[in-house]
Design a protein. Structure first.
Length: 99
């Protein structure tokens, strides 16, 4: 699960770098006219916002999951199927009713 998250984060990091480089190239090339540059600003900005939002949300989610795993190791035992809790105990009222 952790490797899957890391590969997903790496994929979105590459997309973020690609969008950034694309924006730099778009605005640094002199043979693209200013009207085309202005028209291409909106889709480039939309890509930039989406990619960085996705990258940062995945990164924050992975950090929260790793922090939860470090804070509560018993949580991993329960999720892995090893439940070490005691069986439910009957209250006094339930014991009196059964007698």
């Amino acid at each position: 699960m952790k490797d899957l998250k890391n590969t997903e984060i790496k994929k979105w990091r590459r997309y973020a770098i690609l969008v950034t480089v694309l924006g730099i190239i778009l605005f640094s090339l002199p043979w693209i006219t200013n009207t085309y540059k202005i028209a291409l600003v909106f889709p480039l900005y939309a890509m930039f916002v989406y990619v960085y939002y996705k990258y940062l949300s995945l990164k924050k989610e992975a950090q929260a999951a790793s922090a939860a795993a470090e804070d509560n190791p018993d949580r991993q035992k329960i999720s892995s199927g090893r439940n070490n809790r005691k069986p439910a105990q009957k209250g006094r009222a339930a014991i009196k009713k059964s007698q």
